[in-house]
Design a binder for this molecule. Sequence first.
Ligand code: ADP
Ligand code: MG
Length: 673
Amino acid sequence: MSLLFASRISRFYLTSSGRYYAIKNVSLAFPNRGLVAIKGKSGSGKSTLLNLLSGLDQPSEGKVFFNGSTDISGRLGHEIGMVFQHYNLVEGLSVLQNVMLPARINGGSKKRAIALLKAFGLAKFVSKDVRNLSGGEKQRVAICRALVCEPRVVFADEPTGALDEKNSETVMAALKEISKKRLVVLVSHNEELIDRFADRIIEIRDGTIFGDSEPLHRTKEKQTNPPKKHKISWIGPLLVRNLRKHALKNVMCFMAATIGFSSLLLSLGFFVGSTPAIEREQGRALHYLSATLSKESETTVPGTKLKLIKKTRPSMEESKDFLADISDCKIVNDYSFFFPDNQVFQVEGEAYEPTLFSPVWDLTLEEFGEELLIKGEAAKDNSFSYCLANTEFFDRYGWNLLGTTIETSSRSVVTYDDLQNERFVDARLQLVGAIKEFGFLNSPRIYYSYQGLEEELAKIDIDGLDKTTCIRDLVSEAEEDSSLASYGWRLFLGSPEDTTRLFQKIQADDSNIKADSIAYGLRTSFLSLSEAFMASLGLFVGIAFAGVALILAMASFSSLVEGRKDNAILLTQGATRRDVVFLYAIESMLLCVVSATLSLGICQFLQQIANQFLKNEFDISGIINVPYASFLGVPWLLVWGLVLIGAAFGFLVSFIPISFARRHPLSEELRDE
Ligand code: ADP
Ligand code: MG
């Protein structure tokens, strides 16, 4: 059995007029060494035949055997060397890198590469880019490349076709020399050169063999195939070359990926930072320490599915029980029956819209709140003669109200001992100071002293009630479901920590005793707002990433198409298609790793700008807090995680689509148009 033989092979192309046979029913056996030339006119099918023999193309009919196997293309680069008319060197790589390419892919030595380059008189060009060589030099480099893995067969298609006479001579002599140890199959239409150098001449006409100087060649020995060592490290120099070659495209992909990663980081920063930020900021409000407490009981309306929730005032014991772990908390009467939370007011006879009147325990701001006072002064004492208002109030009604007197009159009817008392609580509160609270979602609010209100109420007489009993006692002793009791208690907490504890209780919601506060309401609104914002942010980041993925995939795809010929050359040197896909996927992976790393840097800066903006706009500081140092309890998780995610993302978005790129026979991809 010969090392190489073709058994009744044909290759046809489908044309509009049916099958066109470029090669028809050819059988050939080749010796293990020597120079075999295939000659014939242009268009006779020489190249087609050579491509079938070398595995660059598959026969439509028949089989080609290489050492007994039909897997020929798998031997390219190490057992089969290729020399082309137009050299097919990888431009952008140096002479040595080109010659080393099959050695790097299949396992071969650099020593041999250098020795070959010396033998072919190319020693002084080793680090020169192959683009800058003459035709003769290029062809000698190509021969060195074909020989570096010591192949058993070298195929050469018109190797002198683009060379002048002198260079043709050199190349033919070189091929003749190497054919002493191996088979060289050469295609040429140069009769004169063939006659001088070839050991055997096969002539081909119209796709069939017309003449063969030594047709019955047979050799007996079957050789074992050398093991192929497939490596991937060869990608290095090509990666560098491609990164340079696609510089502009890569810069744009890099920017897109950086925007994507930055938006991911900032969103994560918002996700991590917004709740703690609101928790830090919410205490900046005068109403922060006040709350209400009531009891809810559910009753089903008999015969229906309706449920009624009845609100009553819990007993003092129940209330204390509920507030057991809150160290400092005053539980006092709720007087909203006499002085509601929402009232119209007048200033110098002019009426204003209903506004919130919120109680504070200490309007002199001695313990908490003095840092909130930005204009005017705190109340001199806790009597019912002063009030403060927040900036939202002044922004709404005018700063000229500072210093004026706010007047309200709230009417209530108290029935005692069957005597109907119509009573008015008249407030004349001097608006002495302006409070700058945590402004986000805050509404205009007037603050009055709760102690002052209680003293004021004590002065009101109720018909039928003896002189020593006042409204305070009346309310304290009222039935739990009487309107006098306002169905609950007022709470005044001693410290922000207590408020936090109360919030936890409200959140737990595991008792029929319900606490409520403005601060908690604000917090809930903010949290649901930021939840909604986070959901849309997530959507936005998702869309951004889909865009980045498409951009990267398109860039890889276009690079792959643009580098079609180079890729085919790599395949002739022993690379697999998967290796080539890797080459492009790794390029996009590198881009993503670099942009992920850069995003980590620039987001520190972007975070500051965004936070400054949000501070100005919404009065919350540090709302974006990218967790660089520790995430989910793992130190530096974000840094490593993002780089790894970036790598995987970059790799996959290129790898997956370009794996599906259409494949053509190598011979077609290598054709010079
Ligand atoms: P040459 O002997 O000049 O190398 P080729 O082997 O390149 O000739 O071509 C042999 C014949 O096959 C030519 O007539 C050519 O037009 C035809 N041929 C080659 N490739 C194709 C193709 N992809 N589709 C159709 N016809 C083709
Ligand atoms: Mg040809």
